[in-house]
Design a protein around this ligand. Structure first.
Ligand code: GLU
Length: 380
């Protein structure tokens, strides 16, 4: 029974495995951690565990907390070096706090600090999956953050919203709950009169993107609505529901699930789940090594489930190797799919527009059946 409403997030049958992401502004003020509030949230997590749900926490707040301790301005986000130093100081206190408060309910906290590459590289992604699965089987509560002290600009998620969705994919969770300082997605800037909270969103369309503004309203985290929508897209590709709810209140999980206040993004279909874990990983990839542009004929064939043939490729971009993840775009630059290339970029360029009967001569060996095989691509 798939998730259909916010209350399902508290239902162990509809949602056996839940990822709860906690934003920086909820956990930390300029004075330090919001301990009493966190005690309340941990009690809710303990209740979910007692109901039989697996819970994974994605906790922000390391940079904000470390900045307070070190007395750094701009919440520790003035420079990368500041953020890395702040995270190193804040993370140790943050994980101590989670471990202590979960421990009071007899729950064991397990810390995982991940970088982007840990989830982009297939082998490392599977390692993370195995560790998470083992921890959940053992009854622990994984508490995850980005490894901000070592992740540099080019290799970081930068926000925990997308990290939470990637973790949900890796752990095969059923839903992600993003607790933030906003009630959810509004149909326009929530400060404008008449702005309405959208209770449900089916598919993150261009119209939905237009409703979001990019910045973190508190200035403490790095999220904002844009990264939350990207997180909803990543989750949706894997058939995972994602909810945004306001965590500022006492018992924020119950406010979302009992009172139904928040926005629930439902996956367009459960294709992600049907297509399997490997395709979900591929669809959620954030870094791609290159791109192939295709003509209208190939775009239509892809939509019907065919492989991508060289005949339909019009342009090759990037210096990818065979087996690398690449984007497949239409003539207008819209990304149609992600896939693993059967050839490197140089070979792809030589094969552009060719028919399979000509390819052996061009390559000097028997060609593969496609440039991107349908088993290795996911439509977006
Ligand atoms: N990883 C960051 C931290 O712990 C938070 C990123 C975000 O704000 O989403 O401070």
């Amino acid at each position: 029974m798939p998730i259909a409403r916010l209350s399902d997030l508290a239902d162990k049958t509809a949602c056996p495995r839940l990822v709860v992401k906690v934003g920086s502004s909820l956990l930390v003020t300029r004075e330090g951690p919001r301990r009493a509030w966190l005690e309340g949230l941990v009690a809710e997590i303990a209740a979910a565990k007692a109901r039989g749900q697996d819970v994974i926490v994605v906790s922000s707040g390391a940079i904000a907390l470390g900045a307070t301790t070190l007395g750094l301005d701009k919440g520790g986000r003035g420079s990368l070096a500041d953020a890395q130093a702040a995270a190193a100081v804040g993370q140790i206190a943050l994980s101590g706090l989670w471990a202590e408060l979960l421990g009071r309910h007899g729950l064991t906290a397990a810390q995982l600090l991940l970088t982007l590459e840990d989830l982009e590289d297939r082998r490392r992604y599977l390692n993370a999956t195995a560790t998470l699965t083992r921890l959940l089987d053992a009854g622990a509560v994984p508490v995850i953050n980005e490894n901000d002290s070592v992740a540099t600009q080019e290799i970081r998620f930068g926000d925990n919203d997308r990290l939470a969705s990637r973790v949900a994919q890796a752990a095969r969770a059923d839903a992600v709950l993003l607790l933030s300082d906003v009630d959810g997605l509004y149909d326009r800037n929530p400060k404008e009169a008449g702005a309405k909270l959208l209770p449900e969103v089916h598919g993150v369309t261009a119209e939905i993107h237009a409703m979001a503004s990019g910045d973190s309203s508190s200035g403490l985290g790095s999220g904002g609505m844009t990264s939350k929508l990207q997180a909803a897209e990543i989750a949706g590709l894997a058939g995972i529901a994602l909810a945004i709810a306001n965590g500022i209140h006492e018992a924020p999980i119950a406010r979302a699930t009992d009172e139904g206040i928040g926005t629930l993004f439902l996956p367009k279909d459960v294709r992600g789940r049907k297509a399997g874990a490997r395709k979900a990983w591929l669809g959620g990839r954030l870094r791609l090594r290159g791109a192939l542009t295709v003509d209208a004929g190939a775009a239509g064939a892809l939509a019907k489930g065919s492989s991508l043939l060289a005949k339909g490729v019009t342009e090759v971009e990037g210096l990818f190797q065979r087996g690398d993840a690449i984007a497949i775009r239409d003539g207008e630059g819209r990304i149609l799919a992600h896939g693993l290339s059967e050839y490197d970029a140089v070979e792809c360029a030589r094969l552009i527009g060719t028919h399979s009967s000509e390819q052996a001569d061009i390559l000097g060996y028997a060609p593969r059946s496609a440039v991107v095989h349908r088993d290795q691509l996911i439509l977006l």
